[in-house]
Design a protein around this ligand. Sequence first.
Ligand code: ZN
Length: 245
Amino acid sequence: MYVDIHCHLDALSNPQAAVSSAEEAGVSLILTNGLHYENNKAALLLQEQFSVVKAALGLYPNDAVTLSDEQLSLVYDQIRDHNPVAIGEIGLDYHHDATQKERMKSVFTEVLALAEELKKPVLVHSRKAEADVLDALSSFSVVANLHCFGGSLKLARRGIDAGHYFSLPTSVVRATHFQRLSQEVPADRLLSETDAPWMSPNDLPNEPANVLVGVQAIAAARKEVLEDTRSQIFMNSKRFLSYEE
Ligand SMILES: [Zn+2]
């Protein structure tokens, strides 16, 4: 079975149809990621509606910097109350906002402390901030999935040495950076994602069913048999999320 470890199902025009197509395609787990308080509620609702969907609750870096301390506390309480399987999407993004690096880092640090306390894996977004993300992670005992990692292979190796995972998006079908990254990441740290509705492998909005073409491209880049890559990613997903079926 296939796993989409990182997407935003609520942002699709028809989540129900997308879940059906994914199930027909053999996807057994869709981890939809929340971005802020209201969006986390949408993720929880989808988790209730569909057995194949699990919700990660998070705080997107560019949303986080717009919030007051009280609003941030609301999100932290929400995460505590709902005990999600993982915390995400969190991270640092200097590409979209380079003016509030310190605030962004302090919120990221707070969420990582929460993840450490609750013993939850984290799904991390990093854009033009990969070194700072790795620095912040190194202060905590948390396991991270560095999703859509756009940093250099040298930085990726730092993440690998620190024990983190890497999920390759469906755009790996054409993006040579992700093809190189999928060759670099050890077999037991590879994960698959779509980041739907974004990072599409074609001209249409992305959806979880497309995780199949992503895994095919990862297998091709690694010169592996598809079934081996698929089952390895499936085992890695279960280990990363520490869940049993
Ligand atoms: Zn995302």
